[in-house]
Design a protein around this ligand. Structure first.
Ligand code: NAG
Ligand code: NAG
Ligand code: NAG
Ligand code: NAG
Ligand code: NAG
Ligand code: NAG
Ligand code: NAG
Length: 619
């Protein structure tokens, strides 16, 4: 009896040892593969160089990785150095016409623009023009009065008389508005061929060779449910969400949109349920000649549609759940990073929602990265917010991330050094290869919850998903570049960035003239309290609700994004009605970020952050 149980114990420990060894080996292979998957486009911005990469690397712990799908034999993709070799001749961007030849065999009927509403002549010899909910009536006074007008605009009569205009705008009357809560909010969803969405999901293994996206696309795109192993997820609705799953979540969320219509003439905007990011993801590293096929085929299909002709696609929108640089290749070389989705004449007429937009372009708009929290009712949100209000914080600040040794000008090293030097004040979660603590959302969320401030330096590109995770945890984000949030999420974040965040200019970190700890401690207690409250109040606006249910009263990031799109399209529609030409995105808009943020393009204190030493070669 005694002997037996002792034997059993030995076997037990032996088994544990084997399991430990196996997992160590797995972990090793996993991480060595991960360091290789840095696929980078370098763009020089300001004095520093940013690598705009695929951001499927794990340094920031934002993308947990399925170990089974790692292929360790892949070669490291080449690192590009665009804009550096100034002696390199500037090659013109391939004309889109050429680029599209292979998908253009069937010529599509020409687009018939219908921008300006022709004023119909009524029985009484007056012209009527419908402008939003007004009817503007033109004609002479007698005829107009016969038309049942309530108010006559005397100023307009006088003015027009002075100018000797025959037909005068003399009256306006309010159109009979049937009270429809959805009026002006309708969205029509295009039914597009399966190859643009359903097939991509069905063949989810091909989306990413390192990450099993089939796993992360479970639960309507939210990913697998998270266990509350460390007691950090106090309410329901937590999932291991992939940062590139936004398109699927958005599409499913659209199915819940309260003002869908099947009549496109009634729609304020037209949604294209194309999974642009998942589509291109399959070809970013391999088979790169296929990168543009999806985008080209989609716009060809769109242009053949009746709905396109109404506004030349200017009422169309789609979600491309990656950073803009993945869809706006900087050079003519097909093998270079990204496809051309955002540079096509069609998409330049449309609105594309991305997780990071280009500060220099006007057709892409940034909306929040998905976080791990996808509540299914208001109560779950309120409960979480209350919890974050009561949360005690032990660290002044914290940072979860990895250095960027190959990235010239990166401030990650200095950030990490400062954090470590701050000892008890700062917590650093190293998301480097061997210690993948960041892979577990519990670790990240726990640290953020325990910190007053969370450092969010640029990584491979300006933005990080981590900024949204930290806000979710009631941690005040500290940015080092305005491109990390302020010029990005204009629909979702307050314009007065000081209300919810701290900006420490990256050049001061780079030249070592500023101490993060001192800066943060300088902020008065009351101010910190107010910022924290603002951060917590932002939570509902930055999360994507569980698309399988509905929040009762709260507007989530999806609602705000759709509102933003509709407002933009309404503006364009009004311009077209007035016979004006709405702007087309061209690359002369060096200052577009300013224009969208402040409505002006004058000098700004942030100009040096966005100083471009290169031209984006656009068609
Ligand atoms: C791993 O990648 C190599 C090189 O591309 C390829 O030959 C091999 O078939 C891949 N193995 C798996 C299991 O995907
Ligand atoms: C820069 O480009 C020119 C022209 O393509 C080439 O001859 C030269 O070798 C390049 N220099 C470097 C350092 O790559
Ligand atoms: C009346 O007409 C003038 C000139 O067309 C216009 O500027 C003004 O806004 C109009 N007033 C009202 C109340 O519509
Ligand atoms: C679609 O909406 C337009 C504009 O409201 C309307 O004139 C038309 O009759 C509607 N078509 C159908 C089939 O309901
Ligand atoms: C590249 O394309 C070929 C043909 O479509 C396919 O068989 C292969 O799996 C693709 N390779 C990768 C890595 O996706
Ligand atoms: C873009 O919109 C304009 C109208 O503003 C239209 O004339 C043009 O044909 C559209 N482009 C495409 C590719 O449809
Ligand atoms: C970018 O293009 C503009 C207009 O062609 C030109 O004036 C400017 O010098 C270019 N800038 C760089 C850095 O090449």
């Amino acid at each position: 009896m005694q002997q037996k149980s002792s034997n059993g114990r030995k076997q037990f420990w032996f088994a544990i040892l084997i399991i430990l060894l196996l997992s160590l080996i797995l972990l090793h292979f996993n991480s060595s593969a991960l360091i290789r998957r840095r696929d980078i486009i370098q763009s020089s911005v300001s004095n520093s160089l940013y690598f705009v990469n695929t951001r499927i690397d794990i340094e920031d712990g934002v993308e947990p990785v399925n170990r089974l799908s790692v292929n360790d034999t892949r070669v490291e993709p080449e690192i590009l150095t665009l804009g550096k070799n100034t002696s390199e001749p500037v090659v013109p961007f391939p004309s889109i016409e050429n680029g599209m030849k292979h998908v253009e065999e069937n010529v599509i009927e020409p687009v018939s623009p219908i921008p300006v509403i022709k004023s119909p002549v009524t029985d009484n010899g007056v012209e009527m023009e419908h402008v939003d909910d007004l009817v503007v009536i033109k004609g002479d006074l007698k005829d107009v009065k016969a038309n049942g007008v309530q108010s006559v605009n005397e100023t307009s009569i006088l003015k027009n008389k002075e100018e000797h205009v025959d037909k005068v705008v003399v009256a306006e009357k309010r159109r009979q508005v049937v009270s429809d809560p959805c009026s002006g909010k309708y969205v029509y969803v295009h039914i597009i061929p399966r190859r643009f969405n359903a097939d991509i999901i069905r063949e989810c293994r091909a989306i990413n060779v390192w990450t099993d996206m089939c796993y992360y696309l479970a639960n309507a795109g939210l990913g697998p449910t998270l266990e509350n192993s460390q007691g950090v997820f106090h309410s329901k609705g937590w999932f291991a969400t992939d940062q590139f799953a936004l398109e699927v979540i958005f599409n499913n969320r659209m199915k819940q949109y309260k003002c869908l219509t099947t009549n496109s003439s009634m729609a304020s905007a037209i949604f294209i349920p194309f999974f642009a990011g998942l589509d291109v993801s399959r070809y970013l590293w391999f088979n790169t000649s296929m990168k543009n096929n999806g985008a080209f085929a989609l716009v060809k299909w769109l242009r053949s549609r009746r709905e396109w002709k109404v506004m030349g696609g200017r009422d169309h929108f789609l979600v491309a759940g990656r950073i803009a640089w993945d869809f706006r290749r900087l050079t003519t070389k097909e093998s270079d990073w990204g496809n051309n989705l955002l540079a096509l004449p069609e998409t330049r007429n449309m609105t594309t929602l991305v997780i990071e937009s280009s500060p220099w372009h006007s057709n892409d708009f940034a909306i929040p990265y998905p976080t791990y929290f996808h509540p299914s009712c208001d109560q779950d949100v309120f409960q979480w917010q209350d919890r974050m209000r009561r949360q005690r914080k032990h660290n002044l600040f914290s940072f979860a991330g990895a250095p960027r040794p190959n990235l010239k000008g990166s401030i990650r090293n200095q950030i990490i050094e400062q954090c470590i030097a701050s000892k008890s004040k700062c917590r650093f979660l190293a998301c480097t290869e061997k210690r993948n603590k960041c892979l577990d959302p519990s670790n990240l969320m726990k640290m953020f919850q325990n910190s007053v401030f969370c450092l969010q330096p640029p990584g491979d590109s300006y933005t990080r998903r981590s900024a949204f995770d930290s806000i979710l945890a009631g941690c005040i984000p500290v940015f080092f570049h305005p491109g990390s949030a302020y010029v990005q999420y204009g629909w979702h974040l307050p314009q007065d960035y000081k209300k919810y965040s701290v900006l420490i200019p990256e050049d001061k970190i780079r030249d070592g003239t500023i101490s993060i700890e001192t800066e943060l401690q300088k902020i008065p207690r009351e101010e910190v309290r107010a910022m924290r409250e603002t951060v917590i109040s932002l939570i509902p606006k930055l999360i994507y609700a569980d698309p399988r249910s509905k929040l009762e009263t709260l507007e989530d990031a999806f609602d705000i994004a759709v509102k933003g799109v509709i407002e933009r399209v309404d503006g364009i529609r009004a311009q077209m009605r007035r016979g004006e030409n709405p702007e087309i995105d061209v690359d002369t808009q060096e200052n577009y970020w300013k224009y969208s943020l402040f409505g002006t393009v004058g000098e700004h204190e942030w100009d040096h952050f966005f100083f471009r030493t290169w031209n984006i070669t656009s068609p």
